[in-house]
Design a protein around this ligand. Sequence first.
Ligand SMILES: Nc1ncnc2c1ncn2[C@@H]1O[C@H](COP(=O)(O)OP(=O)(O)OP(=O)(O)O)[C@@H](O)[C@H]1O
Ligand SMILES: [Mg+2]
Length: 230
Amino acid sequence: MANIIECHALTKEYLSGESVVKAVDHISVGFAQGEFCAITGPSGSGKSTFLHTLSSLENPTSGRVIYGGEDLSKYNDNQLSILRRRRFGFVFQAYNLVQELTGYENILLPVMLDKKKPDEKYIDKLIDMLGIGNRIGHLPSALSGGQQQRIAIARALANKPSILFADEPTGNLDGKSGREVLSLLKYVSREFGITLILVTHDLGVAEQAQRVLTLADGKIIRDSKVGDLA
Ligand SMILES: Nc1ncnc2c1ncn2[C@@H]1O[C@H](COP(=O)(O)OP(=O)(O)OP(=O)(O)O)[C@@H](O)[C@H]1O
Ligand SMILES: [Mg+2]
C-alpha cells in the first residue's frame, strides 16, 4: 500500500554556539494510512524535531516530505498551513486550549478558522466517544488534565485529519488518565482510519503501537512492527 506520508533524507540542523547539532539526521521512512506508530528514544534524540519537520511545523534543513504523493518542499508557508489545518491534527503534552473559550468552542475552533460549517453529527460522535459530553460547556480552568487533553484530541480531530501527530500526549497526566487518553487516541484513530504518529519516551505507551521507531542522535536505530519479536 502506498504511504500516506514519507520522508527522504530528512535533516534538521540547529546552530548551537559554534557547533551544528543534527537533531534529525537523514531520516527516510514512510507511514501507511491508518497505522499507529510510536516514536521513542532518549531525551535529545530528535523525536520532537522529527515530528515537527515531518508535519511541516518546522522547515527541514534538507530532505523532502511527501504527503499523499505531493512533494511538500514545493509548498509555500501558506499552502503548508492550509494543509496542516485541513489534513493534520496535533496533540501536545501541554493541552494548549484557549482559556477564554469553553471546551466545545475549543473543539470547533479549527473548523471555524477554516470558515467551514461544522459536521455536527461527527463532532457529537467524537465528544461521545471521548466521554466529555458533560464537560464541554466548561472553561478549561474547570477541567482536569485528562479532560483537557480529551478536548484537545477532539479539537485535533474536528477537521477529520488523515494524520494525527502527538508529542508526549500523556506526559502531563497521571498513570490512570494517561492510559485512558492513550486508549481513546487508539480507539478514535482506528474508528476513523486515521494514521497516528505518537512520540513517547514511555515504553509502556510505545508497546501499544503496531510499530515502534527508536531514535538515537537524530537517526532511526530500530524500526520494529508488532510480531517482529515473536
Ligand atoms: N530550537 C532549537 N535550537 C537549537 N537546538 C535545538 C532546538 N530544538 C532542538 N534542539 C536540539 O536538537 C536535539 C533534539 O531535540 P528534540 O527536542 O527533538 O529531542 P527529543 O527527543 O524530543 O527530546 P525530549 O525527549 O527531551 O523531548 C537536542 O540536542 C536539542 O538540544
Ligand atoms: Mg521532545
